[in-house]
Design a protein around this ligand. Structure first.
Ligand code: 13P
Ligand code: SF4
Length: 333
């Protein structure tokens, strides 16, 4: 790795404004270690014309201090489709980087740790989808965006947690195979008259850990607590919550409603990232960590920008099929 600057007066002056957004979650001493990375990453972004996309589950140093575009999977997919940067560095998990490459095949797409996976993406393959088609002839297949490009290439259309219902309703069929997240499928089933057929092997290893008992305990301990849950949570968790939506929907909920106390039933960095943005809101924990998202760090982001690797490659024949599924999703208004 190149030489990292000291936490000098110059680095301090260039980064102090960024500390304001993270000061409640990053102690000053830790910041002085992080600030030189942030300074150098922001320099390299300009020098090399690199756009940094960051998912809402990135840690606050990445989310607030180095990203150009932040968002949920839907937002990041949309941005990836329209950027004119030469290189896109995805701070998120591998399927997100693959989706970016599928939408921008001529650009260089980087991810700092290609082993940053996802239990949902790992639960189904393109071959599984082909088999499902044989077992359910003529039934359209919707796949959650948390899948590999190879899986996306075999389905009819993609969806994210931000547009799942819209996509389901846009399909001209009373029966739909909805893969791979069985909990998202069950949560959507309560909102549509169409029959959704689930994939029994798919769930998010982070969201399936929450329990109704712990939500009830937190409600008992915090008067007026508002509970908002990601729809990857099991049905009973969503039922025990006041609102459910994608990570971007959850942020919009906090922005619009400004609850005094909120429990975000999702990945831990969401509350950390919002703490600096909404000082009037108290974020009550628990949360669960996504071990895959947490593989992306300031250190490996800097290394990636210096070496311009690891790069994401998707086979051309896979790109064509996956692009069709993702673009169909983006066309649904
Ligand atoms: P969002 O699309 O809501 O950001 O969700 C992606 C994800 O992986 C949540 O676990
Ligand atoms: Fe996958 Fe769950 Fe991690 Fe999201 S939080 S990337 S769905 S394992």
């Amino acid at each position: 790795m190149g030489v990292l600057p000291e936490y000098s007066k110059e680095v301090k002056e260039a980064t102090d404004h960024l500390y304001e957004l993270v000061k409640d979650v990053i102690p000053r001493m830790e910041w002085e270690v992080k600030a030189p990375y942030i300074y150098r990453i922001n320099q390299l972004k300009k020098e090399k014309n690199i756009l940094i996309l960051a998912h809402n589950y990135m840690t606050p140093d990445i989310f607030h201090c180095i990203s150009d575009i932040k968002g949920d999977s839907l937002g990041l997919a949309r941005e990836a489709a329209k950027t004119d940067a030469d290189t896109i560095l995805v701070c998120g998990v591998y399927f997100m980087a693959e989706t970016t490459k599928v939408l921008s095949p001529d650009k260089r797409v980087l991810i700092s740790d290609p082993t940053a996976g996802c239990s949902l993406a790992d639960s189904i393959t393109g071959a599984d989808v082909k088999k499902l088609r044989q077992e359910h002839p003529g039934v359209p297949i919707v796949t959650y965006v948390n899948t590999t490009a190879e899986t996306k290439a075999e389905v009819d259309i993609c969806c994210t947690s931000g547009n799942a219902l819209k996509i389901i309703e846009s399909i001209d069929s009373d029966e739909i195979l909805f893969v791979p997240d069985r909990f998202l499928c069950r949560n959507m089933q309560t909102q549509t008259d169409k029959k959704l057929i689930e994939w029994s092997k798919g769930s998010c290893e982070v969201h399936e850990l929450f329990t109704v008992e712990s939500i009830n305990e937190f409600r008992a301990a915090h008067d007026g607590l508002v509970v908002i849950a990601h729809p990857e949570c099991p049905r009973e968790i969503v039922e025990a919550s006041d609102f459910s939506g994608s990570t971007a929907d959850m942020i919009n909920f906090v922005e619009d409603r400004r609850p005094k106390k909120v429990l975000m039933v999702t990945e831990c960095s969401m509350s950390d990232n919002l703490t600096g943005m909404y000082p009037d809101v108290e974020f009550v924990r628990p949360c669960n960590l996504c071990p895959h998202m947490k593989k992306i760090t300031l250190e490996n982001v800097l290394e990636t920008m210096e070496t311009m690797s690891p790069e994401v490659f998707v086979a051309p024949e896979v790109i064509d099929g996956a692009k069709r599924s993702v673009e169909r999703m983006l066309e649904v208004k």
